[in-house]
Design a protein. Structure first.
Length: 390
């Protein structure tokens, strides 16, 4: 009989470089493989399982919803989509939400909305969007075109016109490239896939200042940084900034596909009937998952705990000789190593019962937000012993 991996590779498109691990089930922040070996999860499925595996309240909310109403078209209303949107707006201070199913879709919505805002007000010709070198915005043609990394601009020609790349933290480059063809600047406060690089406050200040003077929208891609990942609900709070449009996905529904595009005052009416849509967007089951995640993150002291846990990670990692520096904010952690390769460390970690990620040449950790202290210490014992091995 074929192994699971043989069957998988026979039938599933080989578009990922996968580790040879079959995950069978999970509970809390630990999961088991097909042979019942245990793993501590420091990756949360790339920042998705915000509350770990199969959290009780979250699972109950989803099961209740699935037994009540699993889907209806966006031609009708549901109470759960209204609740979810209200909670998102109350939590973030935004006015309106468009629901979709992924980060790339949330960014597509942001790109379309920025162009429409500009078209409605100024007519054609003001469609360019500035994005940053080393950014990552998704895998659709538009979001790949927006992504500021040449390695993503291959095979699928022609890419979309209308994206101009500026070097992150380079105000002169920004000033030179912003002109009256530009309708938006799109950025990640912390470039995730690009290597967990936090943008400088002075650069972000300059972006917001120039954009507000010229009625250019700021789009914050918080697909990776949002929903409590950094210890605040939105990473923009660290910079004292609220973008006109913010996109979310990954952890928002705790492991059910959902993306959300949040609209501030200026753009809250930009999408009118028929201009954008999604069959699955705002799906009741996804909304029930998101409400459970939002209620947990908004509960008393939850984000304070995220920050305390982040401190423990950083303190222990910075005490390790092989660690050169630790980047990111909160539980979005990039580890630069002095000698070892991040890829080798991730492989060894897996062999030793720990799931970690990489981003460029860094080991990247995006643990579930509700990880407990003993799980952090057990996982770090494994990681640090690998890092300190000769
Ligand atoms: C900042 C950012 N934007 C967009 C995306 C794309 O999200 P998705 O894979 O859900 O389409 C990602 C995924 O890693 C991301 O990190």
């Amino acid at each position: 009989m074929d192994s699971i991996i043989d069957k998988f590779d026979k039938y599933v498109m080989h578009s990922y470089g996968r580790y040879p691990l079959v995950i069978k089930n999970g509970s809390g922040r630990r999961c088991k493989d097909e042979n019942d070996a245990n793993y501590i999860d420091f990756g949360s499925g790339i920042g998705v399982n915000a509350l770990g595996f199969c959290n009780e309240n979250w699972s109950r909310a989803i099961c209740n919803q699935i037994q009540t109403l699993q889907h209806n078209s966006n031609y009708y209303y549901t109470a759960i989509q209204a609740d979810c949107a209200e909670k998102l707006c109350n939590t973030t201070g935004y006015q309106k939400v468009f629901f979709c199913n992924s980060g790339a879709e949330a960014n597509e919505c942001a790109i379309k909305s920025a162009r429409k805002y500009s078209f409605d007000k100024y007519g054609k010709g003001r469609h360019n969007i500035i994005t940053l070198v080393n950014s990552f915005h998704g895998r659709t043609i538009a979001t790949l075109s927006a992504t500021g990394q040449d390695s993503f601009h291959n095979y699928f020609f022609p890419f979309l016109e209308g994206f101009i790349n500026v070097t992150a933290n380079d105000v002169d480059d920004l000033s030179a490239k912003i002109d009256d063809t530009v309708c938006a600047v799109m950025l990640e406060y912390i470039q995730g896939e690009g290597g967990v690089n936090t943008l400088e406050q002075s650069f972000i200040d300059a972006v917001f200042k120039i954009c507000s003077e010229k009625d250019i929208l700021v789009i914050a891609d918080e697909v990776q940084t949002g929903v409590g990942r950094t210890g605040k609900f939105l990473a923009g709070e660290y910079f004292d900034k609220k973008a006109d449009i913010t996109t979310l996905a990954k952890g928002i529904a705790g492991g059910i596909p959902m993306g959300a595009c949040l609209f501030g005052e200026k753009v809250k009416d930009v999408l009118t009937p028929g201009t954008h849509g999604s069959t699955f967007g705002g799906n009741p089951v996804a909304c029930a998952g998101a409400v459970a995640v939002l209620d947990t993150i908004n509960s008393d002291g939850f984000l304070d705990e995220v920050n305390k846990k982040a401190d423990l990670f950083r303190k222990r990692l910075l005490n390790c000789n092989e660690v050169d520096s630790v980047s990111g904010i909160g539980l979005m952690i990039g580890i630069s190593l002095k000698h070892k390769s991040a890829g080798d460390v991730a492989k060894k970690a897996l062999e030793n019962g720990l799931l970690v990620l990489t981003a460029k040449n860094k080991v990247r950790l995006l643990p579930p937000l509700n990880i407990d202290y003993s799980e952090i210490n057990d996982g770090l014992d494994i990681l640090i012993s690998i890092l300190e091995e000769n």
